[in-house]
Design a protein around this ligand. Structure first.
Ligand SMILES: [Zn+2]
Ligand SMILES: [Zn+2]
Length: 271
């Protein structure tokens, strides 16, 4: 079994291609499943430049994925996912949105610390104005709270805070361990997200030191490229699958209607 559960489309205004382009790429690569996980619409104009509106979700995304799921049945499983932001104060809105829509899985991601979009290159200068140790501490606390919220199935890019290559000076193992324990307690899984290899940090999310702890806690893994262009689907999955073999017992989590199964991972045919 080989899947890519983290993909975006032009609907989020910072990616290329429509959902079908991603599906076709996954078919080409011989994948069993492709999950569309567009950025969730948010209330009150929150970060509206980087996501579809609720209207676009209803009129375009939801019917499109339903249609494509039927169209490609028997060739590839198309899963309807969403990448939801964990942002304190919006939990109840997000909870309602998730409950009203029949997702196969929900990725929970921390992209904001307070109002700072810390993974947006436009605001990168703020790393210089802050204590990087504190930034990491805030980040892992937010991940912990996102798990405790009980809203999500998969933790997205679980050490995204390293994206631009800023590193803590302190050993934050205990803090990371607390966050991972919360993820374990919530019964969630963690994605191996290869997009970090395409970012200044040049590293998969999560790092191997985190993966060792994840392994120790027996937290399940799944796979995502975080593709923002169809050509990114399944990118570097030979490396991701090798990590599943080392740190995940060779099994990946797959989802249908938010029910998780664990299946043996297969090496991508193209690798
Ligand atoms: Zn995005
Ligand atoms: Zn993300």
């Amino acid at each position: 079994m080989i899947v890519d559960y983290h993909t975006h489309t032009l609907l989020c205004k910072h990616a290329e291609g429509n959902a079908e382009d991603y599906i076709l790429r996954a078919l080409d690569l011989g994948f069993n499943e492709i999950g569309c996980s567009e950025h969730i619409p948010m209330p009150g104009g929150f970060d509206e430049k980087h996501r579809m509106s609720l209207g676009e979700y209803m009129s375009t995304y939801a019917p499109q994925i339903s249609h494509l799921r039927e169209q490609y049945k028997g060739r590839i499983n198309v899963r309807r996912g969403i990448e939801a932001d964990f942002f304190p104060g919006t939990e109840e809105w997000v909870r309602g949105f998730i409950a009203e829509n029949d997702f196969d899985y929900v990725i929970g991601s921390v992209h904001f610390l307070g109002t700072w979009g810390f993974d947006d290159v436009v605001f990168i200068h703020q790393y210089d104005e802050r204590d990087v140790d504190e930034v990491y501490e805030q980040y892992f606390r937010a991940v912990s709270r996102s798990a405790a919220s009980g809203l999500f199935d998969i933790i997205g890019h679980c050490d995204l805070v390293k994206k631009f290559g800023h590193r803590p000076t302190k050993n934050l193992r205990d803090l990371a361990w607390e966050a991972l324990k919360e993820i374990r307690k919530a019964g969630m899984c963690i994605e191996i997200n290869t997009s970090g290899l395409r970012k200044p940090v040049r590293e998969i999310y999560p790092s191997e030191s985190l993966l060792e702890m994840i392994h120790e806690l027996r937290i399940p893994l799944t796979l995502g490229s975080d593709a923002h262009a169809p050509g990114d689907v399944g990118k570097d999955f030979d490396r991701a699958v090798a990590l599943v073999e080392r740190f995940g017992g060779g099994k990946i989590a797959v989802f249908e209607r938010r029910q998780r199964s664990m299946l043996p991972v297969s090496r991508p045919a193209f690798a």
